[in-house]
Ligand binder design. Structure first.
Ligand SMILES: NC(=O)c1ccc[n+]([C@@H]2O[C@H](COP(=O)([O-])OP(=O)(O)OC[C@H]3O[C@@H](n4cnc5c(N)ncnc54)[C@H](O)[C@@H]3O)[C@@H](O)[C@H]2O)c1
Length: 263
């Protein structure tokens, strides 16, 4: 059974590592995918990969921090593929590692990309979803929204995204729209923060694996699988939830336990 047959899904940041995996996964389950990204080349590449796998997708170039751009993107996506059933708010970006390194304008930019953009995308798709009486929004958060792991502006935005998820679930649940959040741990992608850290330590993902009770960091497909579940009709009673997809990172301090002297 194809869970997304006859569904249209917009994935923001669909040209990036996790967004592309989500696009490929949901297209593989029958969905038509609007691949929104500010990087047109990256969005086109995702569309090509979806098409090569036998799926249907269209690229939409937009900046999620700009209200006009987001509204145009939703109109363009719906014209190309039909009314949107699902919004996956996945685009994200982080730059400054510490509070000391974060200038006021850095803070504003990280909050804009990781929180304002999600609000704008939701705001743009909601009137149509309300009119149709159904819809699903999935916000991609981060473990950074729950524990301090550096990148303070980004982390504050991700923590705020949980509040936005709760607001949307309460205000729009009665109108047939479910909103949930997925919070990934370390996922092997080329997002700027990992690109920089990998330049300093090419083995960074292997180094970090010891913090993960499952013995590895995550892959984009791990987040795509969680998204495919939480956005599907079978998750009809899941609303306002946060699903940690972090291999148990935030549930356990395994490296600390290893340092205990246990009998
Ligand atoms: N990779 C990880 O370890 C990790 C961990 C936790 C959460 N996340 C979250 O997962 C999501 C995807 O991350 P990724 O690792 O795939 O990153 P990525 O850099 O590979 O992809 C992000 C995509 O978003 C696009 N984008 C950035 N700003 C945009 C804007 N203003 N408008 C439109 N598009 C924009 C980029 O062009 C890029 O294609 C992000 O929200 C990120 O915070 C990632």
């Amino acid at each position: 059974m194809k869970r997304y047959a006859d569904k249209t899904i917009m994935v923001t940041g669909g040209g990036g590592g996790i967004g592309r995996a989500i696009a490929l996964r949901l297209a593989g389950e029958g969905g038509a995918i609007a691949v929104l990204d500010k990087n047109g080349q990256a969005a086109d590449e995702t569309v090509s990969q979806v098409a090569a796998a036998g799926g249907r997708a269209a690229a939409v170039i937009a900046d999620i921090t700009d209200w006009d751009s987001v509204q145009n993107a939703v109109a363009e996506a719906e014209q190309a593929l039909g009314p949107l059933d699902v919004l996956v708010n996945n685009a994200g970006w982080a730059q400054r590692g510490s509070l000391e390194d974060t200038a006021p304008e850095d803070w504003d930019k990280e909050i804009a990309v990781n929180l304002r953009g999600h609000f704008l995308a939701a705001k743009a798709v909601l009137p149509g979803m309300v009119a149709r009486g159904h819809g699903v929004i999935v916000n991609i958060g981060s473990v950074n929204g729950f524990v301090a792991l550096g990148n303070p502006g980004y982390s504050a935005a991700k923590a705020g995204l949980y509040s936005l998820t709760q607001t949307l679930s309460g205000e729009y649940g009665p109108k047939g729209i479910r909103t949930n959040m997925i919070s990934p741990g370390t996922i092997e992608t080329d997002i700027e923060t990992w690109r920089i850290r990998r330049q300093k330590n090419p083995e960074i993902f292997d180094t970090l694996a010891r913090w993960y009770p499952v013995g590895r960091v995550g892959q984009p497909e791990d987040i795509a699988a969680a998204t495919a579940y939480i956005a599907a009709d079978e998750a009809a009673f899941v609303n306002g939830a946060n699903l940690m997809v972090d291999g148990g990172l935030t549930a356990s301090l395994n490296p600390m336990i290893e340092e205990f002297v246990l009998e």
